[in-house]
Design a protein around this ligand. Sequence first.
Ligand code: URA
Length: 185
Amino acid sequence: MAELTLENIKKECASCAKCPLAKTRTNLVFGVGNPQAKLMFIGEAPGEQEDLQGEPFVGAAGKLFDKYLAAVGIAREEVYIANILKCRPPKNRDPLPEEQDACIGHLRAQVKAIRPKMIVCLGRISAMRLIKPDFKITREHGQFVRKGSFDICAVYHPSALLRDAAKKDEMLADMIMIKQKYDAL
Ligand code: URA
């Protein structure tokens, strides 16, 4: 077995054919940021811009997310950002359960290599996969739970905020709380 480094995991992802999305993607969207990050953000799957640029959260939702990071004083470079899926689902449809099953091992390997102290799920799909299957984002966003060696919570997905601006205050409150917890590590 190759040593568990992000570089080796990325190579595995690049040659992965466990689901059909590898055939339709433009670029692998592996993840970006500090390999020793204490804080990881995990979204759902690459969209169009991410697929074109090979980096998570660089489209409209990503630009909004960057504003929240800046607003609370977290540098994008100091955290690590990844997704449940590494390849774009056609037309941005929700990831299928079998695609998530096929891809989740890559994310678990990333988490093992990075060993973050805090994980923040971006949106319902990520929270349902990483926290609990019946996670209710409107009720449970911003609530940390302990899982193994890290604390994990979920916030609204930035695309949900683009659709419903009324959620933006809650998102800012969650991000402020996350930054306070992060500062206290
Ligand atoms: N939405 C996600 O969940 N992830 C991205 O990388 C972009 C949009």
